[in-house]
Structures are given as structure tokens and as C-alpha cells.
Design a protein around this ligand. Structure first.
Ligand SMILES: [Zn+2]
Length: 207
């Protein structure tokens, strides 16, 4: 909340599932970008995955129930670990592990809702009310995106940044599907500088 929209999260994944997996590395520092439940709500906000009034409600609930917020963070990190394990396993997209499958389906189920007539001001409206009342509901849209990637299967153009030290993944939407870097400004540029120095004899071949 205390940083402008684009400074903390890399947001180069083109899919919420990958932007979520990429939170292991904040945009400008080598730190975890998910350090609290509020960080997760900020991510949802940047990705437009939840309406403003829902986010306000999540933040209020998290502020009043710190144990619940702590539990949500724990569950989010465990979920992220499983998603990354699946991504790290290789780009031929093996079947998701039993643990990941259970997590995704549990979170998809959290998204179930029913309709109810509600009175707002002077008007009645038919509103969609979530069945799940806990903060876990906030992870449902991320789980939906993970489920879509798993369902898309091996043809999904998911790639890891070409810098072996960079942990970021992206869904390659470039026209010829030859995107190599998380971003040209960071890893792409570093690679360009390295190859320039190498050509000019400033870097040993081993590097
Ligand atoms: Zn990179």
C-alpha cells in the first residue's frame, strides 16, 4: 500500500499465476515481495483481480484478525512454493503434484458463491455472495490462473528468464515467441553489456 503500483512487484509474467510465482523476487531488490497478507492484497489490486470494495474488506478483516492474516500469508507462501516447484520441474509441464492439485481445487472451491437479494440505500439488488468467509478467498483468482495454465498443458508458452540467476517466469506473448528476458531493462541489458565486454576482451571466457 505504501508504494506506488509498479515499484515492488515485477509484473512481467503476463499471467496472474506467473506474477504470483515471481513475487519471490521483488522488482528492485533481492527480497521476497510477499511479506504480509497486505502485500498479497496489493498484488491483487495491481493485477485487477479483485474489486476495490472487496479489497477494502480484506484489508479491514486482516487488520482486525492478525492471526487470520498470518495464516493467509502462510498458505499463500505454501501455495507459491508448490506452483514454483511445478514450474521449476521443466517446461514440458508434468502433471501437477498431488499437493498442488489439492491446493488448487481447494482454492477453486473457495470461489463458490450464491445469489441473494440485498437492500442497498433505497434499492434492492441481486448480489453474488461468496460461500467462503475466510481470507483464503483472496487466493482464489490466483488459483484460477494456475488452473488455467495447468489445463493449457505443454503448449503454454511459459518461459524462464534467460539469465540463469533470475527466478522470473513469463508467458511469452511476443509475436514470434522468442522473448528471452524478464525485461530488457534488467536482465536483457546485463546480457548485452556482458557480451559487449566479452567481445572487447574484458570478461574471461568462463564468465
Ligand atoms: Zn530476468
Amino acid at each position: 500500500m505504501n508504494e506506488p503500483a509498479d515499484t515492488r512487484f515485477a509484473l512481467i509474467g503476463n499471467k496472474p499465476a506467473l506474477d504470483f510465482a515471481n513475487t519471490v523476487h521483488a522488482r528492485r531488490q533481492d527480497v521476497d515481495a510477499l511479506q504480509s497478507a497486505c502485500d498479497l492484497f496489493d498484488l491483487l489490486e495491481h493485477l485487477a483481480l479483485a474489486p476495490a470494495d472487496t479489497l477494502t474488506r480484506y484489508r479491514k478483516v486482516a487488520a482486525a484478525d492478525t492471526a487470520g492474516a498470518g495464516d493467509l500469508l502462510k498458505q499463500a507462501l505454501a501455495f507459491r512454493r508448490e506452483v514454483r516447484k511445478w514450474l521449476d520441474a521443466g517446461l514440458d509441464f508434468p502433471s501437477p503434484s498431488h499437493v498442488l492439485l489439492k491446493m488448487v481445487n481447494r482454492l477453486l472451491a473457495a470461489n463458490a458463491s450464491y445469489e441473494a437479494l440485498q437492500h442497498k440505500g433505497t434499492q434492492w439488488s441481486i448480489e453474488s455472495v461468496p460461500l467462503e468467509k475466510t481470507l483464503l478467498l483472496s487466493l482464489a483468482p490466483i488459483a484460477r490462473s494456475v488452473a488455467e495454465l495447468i489445463a493449457e498443458g505443454p503448449q503454454a508458452p511459459v518461459r524462464k528468464c534467460g539469465n540463469p540467476r533470475c527466478p522470473l517466469y513469463f508467458y511469452d506473448t511476443s509475436r514470434n515467441q522468442k522473448r528471452r528476458w524478464c525485461s530488457m531493462e534488467s536482465c536483457g541489458n546485463q546480457a548485452k553489456v556482458r557480451s559487449f565486454l566479452k567481445r572487447h576482451g574484458h570478461v574471461h571466457a568462463a564468465e
